[in-house]
Design a protein around this ligand. Structure first.
Ligand code: AP5
Ligand code: MG
Length: 238
């Protein structure tokens, strides 16, 4: 099946008519999965499904899932597979996923990856998943994590060093006061990296081995990386 995309122009506020299908963004904490997901939304108009954002939403609302997840996330460890899979299953039932979606931060373990593969296979007829892994070195990641600020209202992502807001401390889009994530400290980042190496790096190899996989250099300007990701997806879908 081909999505037959003819041109690649991320950043233009247009929604393509073609069907992108499920897209998986892989990579360590701070590589730019969330940032690039927002670039892909501009291109295809499909939703971003960030398990980190969904879990933080549960924490903020004080749900049972949020109460369980809060301390685990605060330590930089992974929330149990069964809870995350259930959360994703509910999200994938929503109508906005019909033409595709961008998975950001899921799957993050081989158990999650196999759950997703089986679920997509059972659906039959849908476009197969394409996976893009973003690579950035450790020191750059640490700088990105400690410099990150988020808008709690519209979820725009900023960085004190690389992408500061126009007015310091406030969101360019809605003027809300920017916040720092509780897990964006050097100590918790180190634990998140340990979890990534032990549990998520094998997921990258799983999708590399399955094919429909691309790797991009994430240490470049955001728009340039987005062009590379869209081109890779276009190639993998042809
Ligand atoms: P999650 O929220 O997914 O965090 P993460 O994977 O650690 O990734 P980040 O969100 O920190 O980074 P990102 O790659 O999205 O980078 P961003 O675009 O923001 O997960 C948090 C926690 O939730 C986990 O630790 C775990 O506890 C739990 N969890 C989530 N999913 C789970 C799952 N599936 N199973 C179990 N537990 C789960 O960019 C980072 C910064 O860099 C920003 O400031 C940005 O402006 C800047 N930046 C981006 N691109 C560039 C660039 N090209 N140049 C310069 N700066 C850039
Ligand atoms: Mg993110």
């Amino acid at each position: 099946m081909s999505s037959s995309i003819s041109t690649v122009t991320p950043g233009r506020e247009e929604v393509r008519k073609t069907t992108p299908g499920p897209i998986l963004l892989l990579g360590a904490p701070g590589v730019g999965k969330g940032t690039q997901a927002k670039e892909l939304i501009k291109v295809w108009g499909i939703p971003q499904i960030s398990t980190g954002d969904l879990l933080r939403g549960n924490v903020a609302q004080g749900t049972e899932l949020g109460k369980t997840a809060k301390e685990i996330m605060g330590r930089g460890e992974l929330v149990p597979d069964i809870l995350v899979n259930e959360m994703v299953a509910v999200r994938l039932q929503q109508a906005d996923t019909a033409n595709g979606y961008i998975l950001d931060g899921f799957p993050r373990t081989l158990v999650q990856a196999k759950w997703l593969d089986e679920r997509l296979a059972a659906l039959g007829g849908a476009l197969p998943l394409v996976a893009v892994s973003i690579k950035v070195d450790y020191n750059q990641l640490l700088r990105r994590i400690t410099g990150r600020r988020n808008c709690p209202v519209c979820h725009s992502i900023y960085n004190l060093y690389g992408k500061p807001p126009v007015k310091e401390g406030f969101c360019d889009v809605d003027g809300a006061a920017l916040a720092q994530r509780a897990d964006d400290t050097e100590k918790v980042f180190e634990e998140r990296m340990r979890a990534y190496e032990a549990l998520t790096a094998p997921v990258v190899e799983h999708y590399r081995a399955l094919g429909r996989f691309a790797e991009v250099d994430g240490d470049r300007p955001i728009a340039e990386i987005a062009v590379g990701i869209v081109a890779a997806i276009e190639r993998l879908r042809s």
